[in-house]
Ligand binder design. Structure first.
Ligand code: PLP
Length: 381
């Protein structure tokens, strides 16, 4: 039983497997590099993926939909490619994934940027006034995750986008936990840079990610070469998407991502989210009824991600028992979010995280709750 959907989604829809098999067996030539038909077909599928992704996320520029290998590489490109100067300030939150925090800390060391980690708290509220007060005259970028991979808390990116626009600040959104789960409209939400993986909510394969670069932002590429175009020049072609896409693209992966996106559209975001919320509510209610269990995160306005601890039992041990004895896959530890764990008070022992997806069922949640109850009984009698 797979309850680790926040790490990557599983199972992948059969359509994704079929699309990848077709790509690998029929046309996985180097897209756009050669004039032959296989290369043209590969390029067509990739262009279709750009167009459909742009359309799905309310973005008018498919050419500025750049493929990466995961959300981390998209976030690194957005942050390290941004033209920061010493003294520039970045406003972010304490719940960010290490994929945001580490490149920011690296920029602090190398370029001399300043960073504020705003603590949005564990409840459902996000104090926009306090967040606004954290903006300084030097703030050049706001970067937030749309949904926390630790507590499932949802960030009001539409309000933050408005604030960023009014203040003339670039707005980067890490949609790793929400792409394919919650509606995101890049232009309506005033998002300048949108980074997400293809392998979580969009149901595509691992090795896929996307960075959408709004018209108003200019980045520098963090990789150069291998674009298959303008080979006579020593310079990176200044045209999107090649500008940010160095090296052979992952054609089978992108074909799978396109099929994943089509599945998400067929299922519908509303029904995906309401299904996940229903499972989450059942899980929270069940966990609340078990002695010695503490759950974290907001009551409402949350994703299908639930962290919990059992008094006196190490999180890793719980995850191992669930896996080995009950065949249930969950994730324990710090979830790449160490300051977030400090905020909820679990940085010493970590927490166990259960996360659900569109293919999980109520029966699975019941079985997981029964297993946790048995673990507690086994320890406390
Ligand atoms: C909020 C958040 N940001 C970024 C990432 C990194 O995603 P990827 O593994 O695709 O690099 C994750 C992965 O769990 C995440 O949850």
């Amino acid at each position: 039983m797979y309850l680790d959907q926040a790490a990557t989604s599983f199972p992948k829809p059969p359509e994704v497997v079929e699309a990848m098999t077709k790509a690998l067996t029929e046309y996985a030539a180097n897209p756009g590099r050669s004039g032959h038909r296989m290369s043209v077909k590969a390029n067509e599928v990739i262009s279709q993926a750009r167009e459909q992704l742009a359309d799905f996320f309310g973005f008018s520029y498919p050419n500025r939909v750049c493929f990466t290998s995961n959300a981390t590489s998209a976030l690194n490109q957005a942050l390290k490619g941004f033209r920061f100067q010493s003294g520039d300030h970045v406003l972010t939150t304490s719940y960010e994934h290490n994929s945001v925090r580490r490149p920011l800390e690296n920029l602090k060391e190398k370029t001399g940027i300043k960073i504020t980690y705003f603590d949005p708290g564990v409840g459902e509220n996000f104090d926009m006034d306090a967040f606004e007060r954290a903006i300084t005259p030097h703030t050049k970028m706001i970067v937030v995750s749309h949904g926390s991979n630790l507590t499932g808390k949802i960030t009001p990116i539409d309000e933050i986008g408005k604030l960023a626009k009014e203040s003339g600040i670039a707005f980067l959104v890490d949609a790793a936990q929400t792409a394919g789960v919650l509606p995101i409209n890049l232009e309506e939400m005033n998002i300048d840079l949108l980074a997400f993986p293809g392998h979580k909510g969009l149901l595509g394969p691992q090795g896929t990610g996307v960075l959408m670069v709004g018209k108003g932002v200019e980045l520098d590429p963090i990789f150069q070469g291998g674009t298959g175009s303008r080979s006579e020049s020593t310079q990176q072609p200044a045209v999107y998407p090649e500008f940010l896409e160095s090296g052979t693209l992952n054609t089978p992966g992108i074909a799978g991502l396109l099929a994943g996106l089509e599945t998400v559209k067929k299922l519908g975001l509303d029904s995906i989210y309401s299904h996940e919320l229903q499972l989450t509510q059942k899980l929270i209610e069940g966990l609340r009824a078990i002695d010695y269990v503490t759950i974290y995160g907001p009551q409402t306005n949350r994703l299908g991600v639930v962290p919990f601890t059992i008094e006196g039992i190490d999180g890793q041990e719980i995850a191992i028992i669930l896996d080995q004895h009950y065949n249930i896959a969950v994730r324990a530890g710090l979830h790449c979010t160490p300051i977030g764990h400090e905020s909820i008070g679990t940085s010493e022992s970590g927490a166990v995280r259960i996360s659900v997806g569109p293919y999980n069922t109520e029966e699975e949640i019941e079985q997981a709750l029964k297993a946790i109850e048995e673990i507690v009984e086994g320890y406390f009698g």
